[in-house]
Structure formats: structure tokens, C-alpha cells
Write a protein that binds this ligand. Structure first.
Ligand code: GTP
Ligand code: MG
Length: 197
């Protein structure tokens, strides 16, 4: 699938404020700093349609991007960011949970996992939560450019093994790099296929 046009469609503090036009949407979710906003830019081939930062916690709202006037990419705030107050963190969690549970147009969540780090409990817990809510999701491994091919394979094998301790099979997965564009075609082909279902 080729993308002709992308547009920022707004930032919203809660699900009830999100677009009501019924267009299908796909949400990027994952730990702070995992590369969600970078992936939006990579998919859209735009340098900074979504804001990126070295400082975790940059994205604090539900950010909507309309692709070819047909479907939305949603950049969600990250979870697991320690340097904010407990109250603020609880607010975020509530917002994300409500969004995931009630968003009628959500076709699939993409859980972003840093391919450079060992399996993280918080990611596994989050996937389990999605499972309990029966929210379809795929995994996107990010920052694959940072590792040598063998290191990458070894790390992914560890992460898959940890996932398979909770799940009978692996969800669809994509290995990506926002720096090189790796995985872009595959991700878009997947979205295209789901849109057509
Ligand atoms: P929050 O909004 O804080 O939750 O973070 P985020 O998940 O949106 O991460 P963001 O896209 O802002 O990227 C965080 C940092 O990781 C930035 O310094 C990016 O440049 C870097 N980064 C993101 N993707 C990649 C990648 O594919 N490769 C490399 N090498 N660095 C990346
Ligand atoms: Mg972000």
C-alpha cells in the first residue's frame, strides 16, 4: 500500500473526544521512549508529523493522524514512565484503558517492544491485559538498527520465549527501524489487509 497523504487530525484527552466518523484506526502503544512517535513519522514518511523526544513522556494525549483520508494512526502516551507523579500515571492508565476498551473503531493495537532490551514484565502484563479484554494486537519490535543481526535474533528469541510462557502462540509481529524504514511495507500491507476485512 502506498500512502499519498497524511494529516494531523487532533490531540484528545479522552476517548469521548475522539473522532466519531467511524473510520478504522490502529493504535501504537508501548513503554515511554520505545519509539511510537518515530514509527508514526516513519510510516507517514514525514519528519515530524508526530513529536519525538529523547525525554520519555513526550506524548501525553491521544494523537490522531489521518492517512489518505481513510484510516487513522493513533499515537498513544507511553506506559511505565517512572518520572511522573503517581496521580498523573494513574490518570494516564485510566485514559489508555478506557480508550482500548471502548474505542469501537479500533481494528488492532500495535504493541511496540524495544528489540534491544530483554523481555520486560510491564510489556508482558500489558499484552495479558489486552488478551483479557479480547483486543486484537500485533507486536512491533522497534529500533532494530541498533543491533547486529545475530544479537537481534538472540534478543527476539528471548522475548518470544517470555511471551510464549503466557500465550499459546505468537501474535503477528513486525521487525522495524524508524531510522532505516525497515518493516514499513509489511506493516502497511497488514493494515491494508485488515482494512479490507
Ligand atoms: P513517548 O512519547 O515518550 O512515550 O516516547 P515514544 O515511544 O513516542 O518514542 P519516540 O518516538 O519519541 O523516540 C524515543 C527515542 O528513541 C528518540 O530519541 C528516537 O530518536 C529514538 N528512536 C526511535 N525509533 C528509533 C529507531 O528505530 N532506531 C533508533 N536508533 N532510535 C530510535
Ligand atoms: Mg511519543
Amino acid at each position: 500500500m502506498e500512502i499519498k497523504q497524511t494529516a494531523f487530525a487532533g490531540s484528545f484527552a479522552k476517548e469521548s473526544q475522539c473522532p466519531r466518523d467511524g473510520k478504522p484506526e490502529y493504535a501504537f502503544i508501548g513503554r515511554s521512549n520505545v519509539g511510537k512517535s518515530s514509527l508514526v513519522n516513519m510510516i507517514c514518511k514525514r519528519k515530524s508529523i508526530a513529536r519525538i523526544s529523547r525525554t520519555p513522556g513526550k506524548t501525553q494525549l491521544l494523537n490522531y493522524f489521518l492517512v489518505d483520508g481513510l484510516w487513522y494512526l493513533v499515537d498513544l502516551p507511553g506506559y511505565g514512565y517512572a518520572k511522573i507523579s503517581k496521580k498523573k500515571r494513574a490518570e494516564w492508565q485510566r485514559m489508555i484503558r478506557t480508550y482500548l476498551k471502548t474505542r469501537y473503531t479500533l481494528q488492532s493495537a500495535f504493541v511496540l517492544i524495544d528489540s534491544n532490551v530483554p523481555p520486560q514484565e510491564i510489556d508482558l502484563d500489558f499484552m495479558n491485559e489486552l488478551g483479557e479484554e479480547q483486543i486484537p494486537f500485533a507486536i512491533v519490535y522497534t529500533k532494530a538498527d541498533r543491533l547486529k543481526p545475530q544479537e537481534l535474533e538472540d534478543n527476539l528469541a528471548q522475548i518470544r520465549k517470555a511471551i510464549l510462557q503466557h500465550w499459546e502462540s505468537l501474535p503477528p509481529e513486525f521487525i522495524t527501524s524508524s531510522n532505516t524504514g525497515l518493516g514499513r511495507e509489511e506493516l502497511l500491507a497488514y493494515i491494508d489487509q485488515v482494512n479490507k476485512q
